[in-house]
Design a protein around this ligand. Structure first.
Ligand SMILES: *Cc1c(COP(=O)(O)O)cnc(C)c1O
Length: 373
């Protein structure tokens, strides 16, 4: 359920997600859209439905519960749960909802095998390998034992092999990426050598854009589908040309007031007005996911002009110095992300002011009520 007590509005432009999908597919391999965490805050089912119409055949979610939600919403495509079963009920739910779990360690494999032995039919599973993230997944050293074990499991059918890249968006770490890719290729070969027909997928957004040689049979872009460029601010930034941010966030100006030189603004008196100006008070704050870390750092777009956040961001309010934006009135919309015209605020910019990455910006602001166009 979205945050329901506020005035902030998240606009999701599904047409842009569709066009980002087409752009990413045009770079090479099949795209398995990553729609975990409510499609990075953009809305699980609206996004998946739009991308299914564009031809997406499999979606990647995080938890099994998300897979169940997507299936219940009406999704008929393949669904991969990247986290796999964690709680007891999630094992059987994989059969009920027809989801492919990624399995990355022996304990869950054995538990799943136990459940499989009492289920009527076999379950398709994916196997996840750690090639450098040190997070989830079997290691290369596990391969012989793992291959022996899964060959003997009638109730589980391995159909996918995955690994996750740690630094594909860091051009300076291309060598690390190559190392991960090499390990992954050996893993895939070992499956092939056993006669196991598995779909391999490795690439996240950055690799889809920069490394068509790593397309394998599937790719798993997330953030780029939503229009953020993983290479923003790097030498490879132009690889993201054409990606269009799909999320725009605005809140109403509820008051405009004149303030005189020397007056302080907001809690803690952290901003002092240097010359007479006007402030717009906007109905958005950290309770809406607009971080207090943006105090005296963020910018908004009002009437096409970029204006700074002044003073501390409050729980449900923030103040903008609109001295340079003539004619601002209560009822105007302040765009905290996106907005019209060349001054539109990019997710990468907002993330930089915020001290984070566009992923977190989308996830947090996406907790608010959404409108689709
Ligand atoms: C989130 C996630 C992705 C997508 O990564 P982006 O950087 O958003 O493209 C791909 N694979 C896995 C396993 C993930 O968890």
């Amino acid at each position: 359920m979205p945050i329901g007590y506020n005035k902030i509005e998240v606009l999701v432009r599904l047409g842009r997600i569709r066009s980002n999908f087409r752009l990413l597919e045009a770079k090479g391999g099949r795209v398995m859209p990553v729609v975990k965490a409510d499609a990075y805050g953009h809305g699980l089912w609206p996004v998946a439905r739009a991308l299914a119409e564009e031809g997406a055949r499999t979606f990647a979610v995080g938890t099994v519960e998300e897979a169940a939600d997507l299936r219940r919403a009406g999704c008929r495509a393949g669904i991969v749960s990247l986290l796999g079963p964690l709680d007891a009920w999630e094992y059987e739910a994989l059969w009920e909802f027809g989801a492919i779990p990624m399995i990355g360690e022996f304990g869950r494999l054995e538990e799943l095998a136990r459940v499989a032995s009492r289920m009527p039919g076999p379950l398709d599973i994916g196997l996840k390998f750690d090639t450098g993230m040190s997070r989830l997944g079997f290691s290369e050293a596990d391969l012989p034992g793992l291959l022996d074990r899964i060959s003997g499991l009638a109730g589980l059918r391995p159909v996918m092999v995955s690994s996750h890249l740690a630094a594909a968006d860091v051009p300076d770490l291309a060598g690390f990426l190559d190392g991960q890719a090499e390990t992954f290729r050996r893993v895939v070969s070992a499956f092939k050598a056993r006669g196991l027909e598995v779909e391999a997928n490795l690439a996240n957004s950055a690799a889809v854009m920069a490394r068509p040689d790593l397309a394998f049979q599937g790719q798993r872009p997330g953030v780029s589908l939503y229009g953020a460029n993983p290479f923003w601010g790097t030498d490879l930034a132009e690889l993201g040309q054409g990606l269009e941010p799909a999320m725009e966030v605005s809140a109403p100006v509820i008051e405009v007031r004149d303030v005189a030189r020397g007056q302080s603004v907001g809690y803690g008196c952290t901003h002092r007005v240097e010359e007479n100006t006007r402030l717009a008070v906007v109905a958005a704050g950290y309770a809406d996911g607009y971080s207090r870390g943006l105090s005296n750092r963020g910018w908004a777009l009002v009437r096409g002009v970029r204006v700074p956040v002044v003073g501390r961001v409050c729980m449900q309010l923030l103040m903008l110095d609109v001295g340079r934006a003539p004619g601002v009135e209560p009822g105007d919309r302040a765009w905290l992300l996106g907005g019209d015209g060349p001054q539109a605020i990019r997710p990468e910019e907002l993330a930089e002011w915020w001290g984070t990455i566009p992923y977190e910006v989308f996830c947090l602001l996406g907790l608010n009520r959404k409108k689709y166009v």
